[in-house]
Design a protein around this ligand. Structure first.
Ligand code: SF4
Length: 290
């Protein structure tokens, strides 16, 4: 077994957070939903949305039978609402092409709408115990520090990083999957962005960056993402108004959410193009129907 695995697995056994998508009886569909929700949203905000979603749609067929607009409505304020539409489209494909069962093969998972390299491998590993490398932001950071010996992950390179993580995986598939989630948990709780908590790190003795004396990062710093005043913020305001309304919304009401007309119109046009809103024959706006 590679040297990082034993101490990490031992640490994970007592330090891991008790999250519902990690329970022993979780379904592959629940794992898929959790992974899509967690793509760009913190755990604390995902937890209530995850429970509500699975209570309403416990299987892909349940979601596929409902209108895409209901998925957008249930998505609430999780952000990046195109994920809701894609998850609905994925549920339709799972029902129609996979007899209602989430596929276990990463290539088949990646063929589903909205499922990228990371999510496909995460579902294959965490729902089906496959031995596949899983690389997210936390894993990239731990890899950069513990293995490469630099303070931050450089520009992403899926091929290089997947190969590097695969080389660390234990042979036994379920242990490999557990190792992957342990690395992610270490990145979330201990080897955090900014100042890592090396004093309580289970792999401190092996960490190349620590052993080198934490040399300063010489690469380009990551760009901070701005939200206030962006088209994304305006899209969120427009969509929230329609989502929270019990009937279609008139254009003058939508115009009230943002003062700058050019940006507002651009955001509205984007929502229509993405299929998150539809314009009705009477000129009002609604969530997409069936
Ligand atoms: S010793 Fe510090 S830098 Fe290295 S993996 Fe652990 S927390 Fe991260």
């Amino acid at each position: 077994m590679p040297p990082l695995a034993p101490p990490l697995l031992e640490w994970y056994a007592h330090a891991a957070r008790d999250l519902p998508w990690r329970s022993a009886d979780v379904t592959p569909w629940a794992v898929l939903v959790s992974e899509v929700m967690l793509q760009q949203t913190p755990v604390a905000r995902v937890l209530p949305a995850y429970s509500a979603w699975l209570s309403r749609w416990p299987t892909p067929a349940d979601l596929a039978a409902d209108a895409p607009g209901e998925a957008v409505r249930m998505w609430g304020r999780l952000g990046y609402p195109r994920r809701a539409l894609r998850l609905h489209a994925a549920a339709v494909q799972i029902r129609d092409r996979h007899r209602g069962a989430v596929p276990a093969d990463p290539a088949e998972l990646e063929a589903l709408p909205g499922i990228g390299v990371y999510t496909a491998r995460a579902v294959a590993a965490f729902a089906f115990g496959r031995r596949v490398p899983v690389v997210d932001t936390n894993v990239r950071r731990v890899l950069a520090r513990a293995v490469t010996g630099v303070g931050e992950a450089g520009p992403p390179s899926a091929t290089r990083e997947l190969a590097a993580v695969e080389a660390l995986l234990p042979e036994e598939p379920r242990t490999a999957a557990r190792f992957s989630v342990a690395v992610m948990e270490l990145g979330a709780l201990v080897c955090v962005a900014g100042r890592p908590r090396c004093a309580s790190c289970p792999i401190a003795a092996e960490c190349a960056w620590r052993l080198a004396g934490w040399p300063a990062y010489a690469g380009r710093p990551a760009r901070a993402q701005r939200f206030a005043g962006t088209d994304r913020q305006v899209r969120g305001l427009l969509l929230a108004l329609v989502r929270e309304s019990t009937e279609p919304v008139s254009k003058p009401r939508l115009d009230g959410v943002w003062v700058h007309a050019t940006q507002r119109e651009r955001a509205l046009a984007g929502l229509l193009t993405d299929g998150l809103l539809t314009e009705l024959a009477d000129g009002r706006y609604a969530l997409p129907g069936g």
